[in-house]
Design a protein around this ligand. Structure first.
Ligand code: PLP
Length: 381
């Protein structure tokens, strides 16, 4: 261990040790995390739908193991770097959910497949089919392949059923590949706040997906795996029943970006906030505001500003004050906390925040109980 995790490790097991953590420290509330993971595993099971949690959120083998222990179909990854880090840490089956364009990365993935990664990849171009096929052949591996479909995000994937059929045929013609279905991640849907609007957005994406699935079926290439969806759409995906598995990621942690999303249409929360960055007040500004030791190198700021808690009481929000500093904007009735005070901050966006930390501190009832490595941290390549 290094950094604050090395200083904090001796505190493991000490009562009230969260209040003594050296900071900035990425902190996971164990009870909230366990409730979130159990909740989605149970919900997907009750709807007869699989779960392939996305590790782009956490990049952590210990978390992936817990998700697999709760019955996940496998673990999804956004980049070869994070996938290979989790593979080396013993995680499998693994799915790469984005197309790539590098022969050397493809060779690495094929090598992992030959060493037992139980690998699934996505393709949206015929040259990518050929590249995976020849790399798998050379490595003596077989790789499962999904056709990546664009149902409105406008990022990667084929748009029409004809394109999907042509690619699925190309995959099925390769001995070293196995055509298993499609991926359709409706990214535009996930953070739509109002339930009625999110439902309309998901319905529109599903109409595009249905046309592709029908086309594949008519061509004798029915998809056995239909992977997609996320934290924002999971309830709608269960209801629609078009996917075979949901790739939710953020549900384990939650963040300020998801805070305004009305999951049920009843404004009741589905998942609890489990991820925090604990910080320390290091100064008071000339204006008397508390300045903390965590800026954009500790908290990804592509989301609404963090809420800040002192001893469990919300006292305001944190404003970005530089790479290494935050500014506490206290709500009415709260004084600026004194230098040395520990504060807990929610995170604007969980995935890129976890990617900024080597370790995650696990706390239960105010006590540090474990520290887990984030093996894929920084490996966004
Ligand atoms: C392909 C893919 N699947 C699933 C997810 C998970 O989404 P969420 O974190 O909103 O659950 C993402 C997130 O960006 C993604 O890119």
């Amino acid at each position: 261990m290094r950094g604050v995790a090395a200083l904090n490790a001796p505190l493991i097991g000490t009562p009230d040790s969260r209040a003594m953590l050296e900071t900035p420290a990425l902190v996971l509330d164990a009870a909230a995390f366990e409730a979130n993971t159990a909740q989605l595993a149970a919900l997907s099971g009750a709807h007869g739908m699989g779960l392939r949690p996305h590790a782009k959120t956490h990049k952590c083998a210990t978390i992936a193991k817990r998700q697999l222990a709760l019955g996940a179909n496998g673990i999804a990854c956004a980049k070869p770097g994070e996938l290979l880090a989790l593979f080396e840490a013993g995680i499998r089956p693994l799915m790469l959910t984005a197309p790539i364009a590098s022969a050397r990365k493809i060779a690495r993935l094929a090598d992992a497949a030959a060493r037992g990664a139980e690998l699934t990849v996505v393709v949206d171009r015929v040259d990518l089919v050929e590249a995976f096929a020849s790399a798998a052949r050379a490595a003596g591996a077989r790789i499962d392949v999904l056709i990546d479909c664009d149902t409105g995000l406008g990022r990667t994937g084929v748009v029409t059923a004809d394109e999907a059929v042509a690619l699925a045929r190309a995959v099925a013609a390769e001995d070293s590949l196995r055509y298993v279905g499609v991926q359709a991640y409706a990214g535009l849907v996930q953070h739509v706040h109002a339930h009625v609007d999110r439902r309309a957005a998901n319905d529109a994406a599903n109409a595009r997906l249905r046309a592709i699935l029908d086309g594949l079926e008519a061509a004798g290439l029915a998809a056995s795996i239909v992977s997609g969806g996320g934290t924002g759409s999971h309830l709608l995906d269960f209801e629609a029943g078009l996917l075979t598995e949901v790739q939710a990621g953020s549900y384990i942690f939650m963040d300020e970006g998801y805070q305004p999303v009305d999951f049920h249409g009843t404004e009741t929360a589905v998942f609890a906030t489990a991820l925090f960055v604990d910080v320390t007040v290091v100064a008071h500004s000339a204006a008397g505001e508390a300045i903390t030791d965590a800026g954009s190198k500790s908290l990804a700021i592509d989301g609404p500003p963090p809420r800040v808690f002192r001893d469990g009481v919300e006292i305001g929000r944190i404003e970005w004050a530089g790479d290494e500093f935050g500014r506490v904007k206290t709500a009415a009735g709260h004084e600026a906390p004194a230098p040395g005070t520990r504060l807990a901050c929610t995170v604007p966006h969980c995935d890129p925040t976890a990617n900024l930390h080597d370790f995650i501190h696990i706390v239960r009832d105010g006590r540090l109980v474990e520290i887990w490595a984030i093996e894929g941290r920084g490996l966004s390549d």
